[in-house]
Design a protein around this ligand. Structure first.
Ligand code: SER
Length: 608
């Protein structure tokens, strides 16, 4: 089965089961400070999993690009990837365990769909603990479908529980589906969920029943939901009888481009093979991040740091394959990635130049850094080797990072080559201190609350008022470039070429406070995208929207949602307060540059 067939079949199957096909979203989450990237298909759906109505209804399906770097150490094995595509289906208070499992089973095994023999499937379910009971119900459904007892395993929370995606949010027990890769069992306890390589996880049905709050408590959700995710790359692998994702049509052209660029011939099963896999995985992820409409650039902060780390790690591994290369290795490999994926993600070919330029710039910078950092490491080495515990201090590693930009992961790799370990705790401590000192630094790492708490809801509405006021005071060019809300403040990025004057800041603040003082109603209506556009509702540039969208209006507009008579009209998932009078006093605390042509406002709501 091809990559395109699998995607279409999935969407077709779930559409036939009453699901609305919704758009996948950007890799960079909007308005969610808890994570740097979209890590799963459920991510953009968090507000709906917590109770908001979705314009697409109660059954949804899509494919979503995802970045996960939590497992980066495993990348290079046959199945772990930092970028992957997830197929998903959701029930927002509609079906639950039984129907979800039955649909998963039908799609996997029916000859009309994937036709996987039932003997190749195994599953895991949640064994229960103090937070939630043992999931006998799911196990019973699997038994009734013909999965034998020895291929149903009960596992603890660390294996069979999903979420929240950040520190807080919707979560619950899950049941995971595994494919038997055909190897010998590693021992008597080997079964689905065993990490030995015999059982490959391809799909996960999560039963979202709780909201984990900021105090770490699991509050039962009023409306139980289902969130499922099937990995495209892994599923294509097993459907075609391959042993690793790198053999599939999704990776083959990228692997060939890497071979051509490095001159290394893949297939010796050596460490170099692993380096080639890491190289291809990381370049692919970097291309997807750079090519995203909300693309980030390599930097030392947040998502930019993850991107920098991926590119730099890729370069390190490319040098293992081809130590003396002088021409760019990134370019031909990234071109292959664009070729494979741009028919699904046209933003990649649209941003081709940006991708090439950013990669080339980072490659050049890093090669200089590497040379310098390695020289410095060599200088430090004799002293470190005298240390009887064979531990390099974290402060030294931090010095290499701080002074030469040499990433700690590379210091660790170089150290390991000499049988040394780096004191990572000490490094993190020094790094944290440095972040607190650097003004812009802390925020992206501190995390925050993404929830529907009262304050967050208020800040959502305040953001709409701010956006409208900026456009009124500065002009229509002042378009939203990013927004980030916590329970303590809002942050809003918008296009504007110069610093705002004191008078402009005051005018915006006054305008927002005036609308708060008028206690205007906030109303929502679901409509089709074209109608919303015709009404002039503001949307996010580069974001893909469904056919049916939610439009929020603030103001006394005649027919509730109307162009005339409203202060603000925006496409938005919500939630919002019902009246502006609930917001309190709006105060802009800071106006500063965010990047070229983009300004950033930080504002708070004070209780009156
Ligand atoms: N959120 C779940 C996962 O990522 C199911 O999609 O596994």
């Amino acid at each position: 089965m091809t990559y395109d067939e699998l995607r279409s079949k999935y969407i077709a199957y779930f559409s036939s089961q009453g699901h609305t096909h919704i758009q996948g979203k950007s890799l960079i989450p909007e308005n969610d400070p808890t994570v740097l990237f979209t890590t799963a298909g459920m991510h953009p759906l968090v507000p709906y999993l917590l109770g908001e109505e979705h314009p697409g209804g109660k059954r949804l399906t899509n494919y979503q690009k995802c970045i996960r770097t939590g497992d980066i150490e495993e990348v290079g094995d046959p199945s772990h990837l930092t970028f992957f595509e997830m197929l998903g289906n959701w029930s927002l208070g509609d079906y639950f365990k039984e129907e979800a499992i039955k649909m998963s089973f039908e799609f996997l095994t029916s000859p009309e769909w994937l036709g996987i023999p039932i003997e190749k499937l195994g599953v895991t379910v949640f064994e229960g603990d103090q937070d939630a009971p043992r999931d006998e119900e799911s196990a019973q459904v699997w038994r009734s479908l013909g999965i034998p007892e020895e291929r149903i395993r009960f596992l603890p929370k660390k294996d069979n529980w999903w979420g929240p995606a950040g520190n807080t949010g919707p979560c619950g027990p899950d049941t995971e589906m595994f494919f038997d890769m055909g190897q010998e069992a590693c021992g008597p306890d080997c079964g689905p969920g065993c990490p030995c390589g015999k059982w490959l996880e391809i799909w996960n049905d999560v039963f979202m029943m709780y909201n984990k709050n900021a105090q770490g408590k699991y509050e039962p959700l009023e409306r139980k939901c289902v969130d499922t995710g099937m990995g495209i790359e892994r599923t294509i692998t097993v459907l075609n009888g391959y042993n690793s994702v790198y053999e599939t049509e999704i990776f083959k052209p990228i692997m060939l481009a890497a071979e051509k660029a490095t001159g290394y011939v893949y297939g010796s099963e050596s460490e170099k093979d692993k380096s080639q896999r890491i190289l291809c995985d990381h370049v692919r992820s970097a291309v997807m991040i750079l090519g995203d409409p909300r693309g980030v650039s390599p930097s030392n902060l947040g998502a930019g740091y993850v991107l920098r780390r991926l590119i730099r790690r890729a370069i390190r591994h490319s040098r293992k394959l081809s130590p003396d290369h002088s021409s760019s290795l990134m370019e031909p490999i990234s071109e292959a990635v664009i070729e494979v994926l741009s028919h699904v993600y046209p933003e990649l070919s649209e941003n081709r130049n940006r991708i090439a330029e950013e990669l080339a710039r980072e490659e050049k910078k890093f090669l200089e850094t590497l040379q310098k950092g390695e020289q410095e490491f060599e200088k430090l080495l004799p002293n470190v080797l005298k240390n009887p515990n064979r531990i390099m201090s974290g402060r030294l590693a931090f010095k290499l990072y701080d002074t030469y930009g040499f990433p700690v992961e590379l210091t660790e790799e170089l150290a390991a080559e000499h049988g040394l370990k780096v004191n990572r705790e000490e490094f993190e401590e020094a790094f944290k201190k440095h972040q607190e000192l650097s003004r812009a630094g802390g925020e992206a790492f501190k995390g925050g609350l993404q929830d529907n708490s009262e304050m967050v809801t208020k800040y959502h509405t305040a953001t709409h008022l701010l956006h409208a006021a900026l456009r009124k005071v500065l002009g229509d060019h002042a378009a939203q470039k990013g927004s980030n809300i916590t329970a303590e403040r809002l942050r809003f990025d918008f296009s504007h070429g110069e610093a705002m004057t004191k008078e402009e800041i005051k005018a915006v603040e006054d305008l927002v406070n005036e609308q708060i003082g008028l206690d205007l109603p906030v109303t929502m209506e679901v409509m089709d995208r074209e109608t919303a556009q015709a009404l002039g509702a503001l949307a996010l540039f580069g974001e893909k929207y469904e056919d049916q969208v939610k439009v929020y209006a603030v103001g006394p507009g005649k027919d509730r949602i109307a162009k005339e008579g409203n202060v603000s009209l925006e496409l938005c998932g919500g939630p919002h307060v019902e009246r502006t009078g609930l917001l309190g006093k709006f105060s802009i605390q800071k106006e500063q540059s965010s990047s070229a042509g983009v300004r950033r406002i930080r504002a708070v709501l004070l209780s009156q």
